[in-house]
Write a protein of this length. Structure first.
Lengths: 497, 148
């Protein structure tokens, strides 16, 4: 691995390609000490400068902002490709220069080219992103647990790499067990960012080089040059895998955040719209009343009918907004989870429905209902909506409604069973959508929000809701509430973000 | 023998309506009329004017002291809650009875109204009759109806 290639590329990418003479001078000087001639080092230096300039220009194109991080997948692959490409320039110039100077024979030139190329490419791939990632602020919310996790990861990786290359513990160094480093890199990529992946790869690389040079490890081959080639190819593979995975994980995390934000904004808009759109409708209704009060005698029967229709339309629109507001409120309001008696919640709901129950001659019965961890107001509203629906969608028989509960795994499953008109299995999913109604008749007024509201309430508690019914044979709505309240609410924090 | 009869105030209720929407101003007038509330209505269209009226400043130097303030929340310059905050600050000379009369039924707004010591928060209802009955209720807070 040739780290200066990466340093040069990073410098030119960050500070501008006009710094290329610095790379030339630096590289030429370094080679001058080795070659003790003038022309070859100058040529090699020019090759290095060319490599850094082309690489930096490509990197600036790929990342747009050269200080941007490798947090997306495609830029990672483009960067790897440009590193491989830029390294061909330096390797080719160097091999030609060394060939002309008589240092490398034509027989050796292919191997030299490959070593040079891979060394530069690996150097660029590791060191340039490493520099960039370290000058950027960390995107991890560090705390004690994260530091401990990273430290454990580093220790395990170093132990594994040490075993792989030196066999210090189990003497496995001559066996092809290099794959055992892969899980650690995956761990780093999934739980951390590219900075940690790169840093760990540098550590692995250092151990690998040291071991390979001292002649041990799985990549010790016939010649040192071959060994180093193999070892570098291994590190490069590890690195590209880790970088791509880290980028993928971060891309996914960002996507989730974007979605959550967009969802929050949408909720906000729905809430504001549902609230504010009621205002003008209030004016419409009020002024229609006023018209009727003031100018009644000037309107004939048809005029009054038209006016009534206007009021009915506006009133219904207001009701729709009102229900939409309730749905949105259910999604926004923080859950106040507390031990809540199912029986008491049902009793409260039945209290609100007293008039409708008496009017329909319904008989509502229930088993003993358990105490659950729930938001009391929401649970009441849930029962009120479900029992209210049973009353509304009654058959010609007097409504019979029974509420029961049973344990099922980690959940309490509540069931509200009725002898109403039932729900055709075709519509079992449809009924939970907002503003979806199966009946349009005026005998059963409503906006189609009830079950959508129920679904929201249940889902916010980490449960699910479903229908069991055939048309004309009554319906049972089941909903589950996790035994301990919200799912995932149990167990300690793992300290992750 | 104790004869603590409260003299029943039969003068018109002096109301300051803080409202910028002309449609609502008329609605309020009509509802007051419909409710047969004997009243004297003053209307200002923003929060700044409301405070000037109540503090009898500027063009409102001669303004009467209202018995009741009906305060909309979404008004220009200073919001309804801003007006209420100022009225309930230590700087105020007297405690005006304030009923927030607004389109908002957001729990945040309602809680804020009461936190700022409003006498009542009424969400403007749809329909003239409802409006009239809400106004009767609001006026009843400051002028108990004579027992019939």
């Amino acid at each position: 691995m040739w780290p200066p290639a990466g340093i040069a590329l990073a410098a030119l990418a960050l500070r501008g390609p006009r710094l290329w003479p610095g790379v030339w001078i630096g590289s030429a000087a370094a080679n001058f000490t080795v070659q003790a001639s003038l022309v070859a080092p100058l040529a090699i230096g020019a090759g290095a400068a060319l490599e850094a300039t082309v690489g930096a220009l490509l990197t600036r194109r790929i990342l747009a902002d050269p200080r941007a991080t490798f947090a997306e997948v495609m830029p990672v692959f483009r960067f790897v490709a440009s590193a491989l490409l830029a390294a061909t320039l330096s390797a080719s110039v160097a091999v030609v220069a060394l060939g002309l100077a008589g240092v490398v024979s034509s027989l050796e030139s292919a191997a030299t080219w490959l070593t040079w190329w891979l060394g530069d490419a690996t150097g660029i791939m590791i060191v340039a992103p490493l520099i960039v990632s370290w000058i950027r602020p960390s995107r991890i919310a560090w705390n004690g647990w994260r530091v401990l996790e990273l430290a454990s990861l580093a220790v395990l990786l170093v132990a594994a790499a040490g075993e792989l290359f030196t066999g210090w513990l189990l003497e496995l160094e001559s066996l092809p067990v290099s794959f055992m480093l892969v899980p650690f890199v995956i761990w780093a990529a999934i739980r951390f960012t590219e900075r940690e992946v790169l840093t760990l790869c540098v550590i692995v690389s250092a151990i690998a080089i040291w071991a390979t040079v001292t002649g041990s490890g799985p990549f010790a081959a016939r010649s040192l040059n071959q060994s180093l080639l193999l070892q570098q190819a291994f590190v490069a593979t590890l690195l590209v895998t880790g970088l791509a995975l880290a980028a993928l994980v971060q891309e996914q995390r960002r996507m989730r955040e974007t979605l959550q934000r967009a969802h929050g904004e949408m909720e906000q808009i729905v809430h504001a719209a549902a609230h504010d759109l009621q205002e003008p409708l209030r004016t419409v209704i009020g002024y229609a009343d006023l018209l009727q009060l003031r100018h009644r005698e000037r309107l004939d029967a048809d005029g009054l009918e038209i006016l009534r229709t206007i009021v009915a339309g506006a009133t219904r629109a207001r009701q729709l907004f009102e229900d939409l507001l309730a749905v949105s409120e259910t999604g926004r309001r923080p859950l106040a989870l507390e031990p809540t008696s199912g029986s008491q919640a049902l009793a409260a709901a039945l209290g609100h429905l007293k008039g409708a129950i008496e009017e329909s001659g319904a008989r509502v019965t229930h088993d003993a209902l358990p105490q659950v961890r729930a938001d009391r107001r929401m649970l009441e509203s849930l029962f009120q909506n479900l029992v209210g629906n049973s009353l509304k969608y009654r058959s010609s028989e007097p409504p019979r409604i029974h509420v029961s509960a049973r344990r099922e795994g980690g959940d309490w499953v509540f069931s509200v069973r009725d002898n109403g008109i039932g729900i055709d299995p075709r519509y079992h999913d449809v009924v939970f959508r907002t503003f979806e109604r199966l009946n349009r008749d005026d005998a059963r007024p409503g906006t189609g929000v009830g079950l959508a509201l129920c679904k929201r309430i249940v889902e916010r508690h980490g449960g699910r809701i479903w229908v069991e019914s055939t048309a004309s044979q009554g319906a049972t709505i089941h909903f589950s509430i996790p035994w301990g309240g919200e799912r995932g609410g149990r167990g300690g924090s793992d300290g992750s973000d | 023998m104790v004869e603590a009869t409260e003299a029943i105030d039969r003068t018109p209720v002096r109301i300051l309506l803080v409202e910028d929407n002309p449609a609502d101003v008329r609605m309020t007038r009509e509802a007051l009329k419909l409710a047969k509330i004997d009243h004297e209505l003053h209307v200002v269209g923003d929060g700044e004017q409301a405070l000037a009226f109540l503090k009898r400043q500027g063009p409102f130097r001669e303004a009467p002291v209202p018995d009741l303030v009906l305060l909309d929340l979404s008004i220009p310059r200073i919001s309804g809650h801003g007006v209420l905050e100022e009225l309930r600050s230590g700087r105020a000379e007297r405690r005006f009875p304030v009923v927030v009369l607004t389109g908002s039924k957001l729990s945040e707004d309602i809680e804020r109204s009461f936190a700022l010591d409003a006498d009542e928060h009424i969400t403007k209802p749809a329909g003239l009759l409802h409006y009239a009955s809400e106004l009767m209720f609001a006026v009843g807070l400051v002028r108990p109806r004579p027992a019939v």
